[in-house]
Design a protein around this ligand. Structure first.
Ligand code: PGA
Length: 264
């Protein structure tokens, strides 16, 4: 993987913050100076997407939609579509474990959403990861392989090269437990090799892979140094500047160190 690639630090706010709190947080973020080498994005709930996007319009911080449906319009009460996100969100999260497990989203639905996002010019962040039970039964590789092969089935190699994948072990999300860095590194390598065998080396090299699951200011430094990692997908610790900003600083440092190594 080429050095000099920006590190991504993406925050998923989930179902938190009132409309006003989301706007105020975006305001605080936009007043901070971002350094080169890091891309920051935040994911407010749907009602605050427009306001957060306006607040961040002059900053370099991007907006993430937490979910959207695969149909472009029609009688789908309660849903928002990918075309509706145009001009508001740069990214959309697809297949988050909470959507898979609480809202029973299948790999097939996720596949349709991935294609819909790309059709509408919204970059998908595909979340993959195994549950504790799957891990204990040594099914992790099979689960990742199914989530990737079905979730990406409608995409071309070129499209796969443009997406982001977040490896988030389900047992680590919101639990305070997290994958050991060497374990996360292995899974990231596995994801890249799976993509390489399905879509070729170029797509596997280009695809961005993040780690998520109880990431915080204390453990993120170790993840950011891993081979093949492009950044962090952060839930709980993205809800305050005090916990989110240190990770952005660490990512800047990781980018600088990689760039120095690359120049040697
Ligand atoms: P967490 O959430 O950082 O609170 O574990 C991560 C996620 O769900 O994306």
């Amino acid at each position: 993987m080429a050095s000099g690639r920006k590190k991504l630090v993406f925050g998923n706010w989930k179902m938190n913050f009132s409309f006003k709190q989301a706007q105020a947080f975006a305001q605080k973020l936009s007043s901070k100076d971002l350094l080169d080498g890091v891309e920051v994005a935040v994911g407010p709930h749907s009602l605050a997407l427009g306001a957060v996007s306006e607040t961040l319009a002059e900053s370099e911080i991007s907006v993430i939609a937490q979910n959207a449906y695969y149909k472009d319009d029609g009688a789908f009460t309660g849903e928002i579509s990918m075309p509706m996100l145009r001009g508001i969100a740069k990214y959309v999260v697809i297949g988050h474990s909470e959507r898979r497990h609480i809202f029973h989203e299948s790999n097939d639905l996720i596949r349709a959403k991935m294609a819909a996002a790309l059709r509408s010019g919204i970059k998908p962040i595909l979340c993959v990861g195994e549950t504790l039970l799957e891990r204990e039964h040594l099914h992790t590789s099979q689960i990742l392989s199914d989530q990737l092969s079905v979730g990406l089935a409608d995409l071309t190699s070129e499209e796969v090269g443009k997406i982001i994948i977040a490896y988030e072990p389900v047992w680590a999300i919101g639990t305070g437990k997290y994958a050991k860095p060497d374990e996360a590194e292995k899974m990231i390598a596995k994801i890249r090799s799976e993509i390489s065998s399905l879509y070729g080396y170029d797509a596997a090299n280009k695809v961005r892979i993040l780690y998520g699951g109880s990431v915080n200011a204390h453990n993120s430094g170790a993840y950011l140094k891993l081979d093949g990692i492009d950044g962090l997908f952060v839930g709980g610790a993205s809800l305050s500047i005090a916990t989110f900003w240190p990770m952005i600083e660490l990512a800047t440092k990781a980018f600088d160190e990689e760039s120095k190594k690359g120049k040697k």
